[in-house]
Design a protein around this ligand. Structure first.
Ligand code: ARG
Length: 464
């Protein structure tokens, strides 16, 4: 029986662990957040042992009620952790043994912390990665709501951060929404792939005892049990995948963040932040800063770092379990937590911000933003595009060199004339973006319909 205050593996050792060893190797400081999953996994394991006759029904019920009591203690934060509790698995087993006596000492039959921790972490990921996906959808809904609320305002679309062609603000907002839709898809695919129970793999090679991994897998709600015990305890692909999915969400949020840093600057002036979602300066009284947007941009470095850190940890590890694998948890917990905070804050920031349609329109209506429409007007009349491009390019050059309005130059050019000049008038260029999926009002309805469908579908997948 495990003695209070000793390690699980004390039998083979003449002396207890050095303080330095425990300080360096213990993971309880961060893996205690797996407690629900650890207890859930132990419940299934105990039921599985009874199912194949390794535990009597009485013993099973004794251990189950000790697990329930441990659950209540952890839930109410009254659980007393001991210095010898090196990880959450040790802490739970130690407490169950204290509470259930001899039956408790059978809890770890045919199980290792190696299959146990892999089980716990998969259970944790199934729940928490889904929550991340839900928060992504919440941000998509904010983008959708803002797009639906304003279907007329245009702003310049940019390439190279130089004004290119005007697009609707709604179109621009939805562009981010589509990137996030791919993120949701990836997160859900990751959950689907990780839905495999490692329980029953033991330390690395299974066991001589007649356990039934199918039974425990289905008790835990996993789609299936592992096929190979070595793979089951060594595989952290699911952590790497979750970290990649989250890193890419982070990259998308960083692009949104960068955009809002620009939009809320006095130079752009496209949007104003609600006071609740902006910060001030300790020295400069006039400042109103977009810290959420900046941190959304900044945190992406950390999310990418968590992914690359784990990949480097995994690279070259021999089969099967190695303690290095303990390094999977902190990056995972950190990425899930940070991306969740970022998603919530950005959603609030975008939902509460005020757009400045006049500032956007003034930038969108710069005459040169219609240059492509003028070239396309010539194309409709039969001019080859390359020639049309050169004709308009020369007019733009004259406009920039002389300051003469482009509309006037177009009107006076016998290849173009008054009809073409009308294209340069304010508000016209955006209406010309009418091809499927384009940035103008004609194409917007179809896009809104498609985007709503994707969000609805994903909401269904998240519930189901
Ligand atoms: N804390 C350990 C981890 O996170 C649990 C598994 C320990 N297994 C072992 N053989 N020491 O990986």
């Amino acid at each position: 029986m495990t003695e209070r205050g000793s390690t699980l593996w004390h039998g083979r050792f003449a002396e207890g662990p050095a303080e330095a060893l425990m300080a360096f190797t213990a993971s309880i400081g961060f893996d205690r957040r797996l407690w629900r999953d650890d207890i859930e996994g132990s419940r299934a394991h105990v039921k599985g042992l009874a199912h194949v006759g390794l535990l009597s029904e009485v013993e099973r019920d004794e251990v189950l009620s000790a697990l329930d009591a441990t659950y209540r203690e952890m839930d109410s934060a009254s659980f007393e952790f001991l210095p010898s509790d090196e990880d959450i698995h040790t802490a739970v087993e130690r407490r169950v043994t204290e509470l259930a006596g001899p039956a408790g000492a059978k809890l770890h039959t045919a199980r290792s912390r190696n299959d146990q921790v892999a089980t716990d972490l998969r259970l944790w990921c199934k729940r928490e990665v889904r929550l991340v996906a839900e928060r992504v959808v919440a941000l998509q809904r904010v983008l959708l709501a803002r797009a639906e609320a304003d279907q007329v305002t245009a702003l310049p679309g940019y390439t190279h951060l130089q004004r290119a062609q005007p697009v609707l603000l709604a179109h621009h907002l939805l562009a981010h929404g589509w990137a996030l839709a791919r993120d949701v898809d990836r997160l859900l695919a990751t959950i689907e792939r990780l839905d495999v129970s490692p329980l029953g793999a033991g330390a690395l090679a299974g066991t001589s005892l007649p356990i039934d991994p199918h039974f425990t897998a289905s008790t835990l709600g996993f789609a299936k049990p592992f096929d190979n015990s070595l793979d089951a305890v060594s595989d952290r692909d699911f952590v790497a995948e979750a970290l990649f999915d989250i890193a890419l969400v982070g990259v998308h949020l960083a692009r949104i963040g960068e955009e809002w840093v620009l939009w809320t600057s006095e130079e752009f002036g496209f949007a104003r932040l609600d006071d609740r979602y902006a910060t001030g300066s300790s020295m400069l009284p006039q400042k109103k800063n977009p810290d959420i947007a900046e941190l959304a941009r900044g945190k992406s470095g950390r999310l990418i770092g968590n992914l690359t850190g784990l990949l480097i940890t995994l690279k070259g590890l021999p089969f099967a379990y190695n303690r290095d694998l303990q390094e999977d948890k902190e990056p995972l917990f950190d990425s899930v937590e940070q991306v969740s905070l970022a998603l919530l804050a950005l959603a609030g920031m975008i939902e509460s911000a005020t757009f400045d349609p006049e500032r956007m329109a003034a930038a969108a209506d710069a005459e040169t933003n219609s240059a492509t429409d003028l070239a396309e007007w010539l194309v409709r009349g039969g001019t080859p595009f390359r020639d049309a491009h050169a004709i308009v390019g020369q007019l733009v050059r004259t406009h920039l060199a002389t300051g003469t309005s482009l509309a006037e130059l177009v009107r006076g050019d016998d290849r173009l004339g008054a009809d073409a000049a009308a294209l340069v008038a304010p508000g016209v260029a955006v209406t010309r973006r009418s091809s499927p999926g384009a940035g103008g009002p004609d194409a917007l309805d179809a896009q809104l319909v498609a985007f709503r469908e994707v969000i609805e579908r994903d909401r269904g997948r998240l519930v189901g």
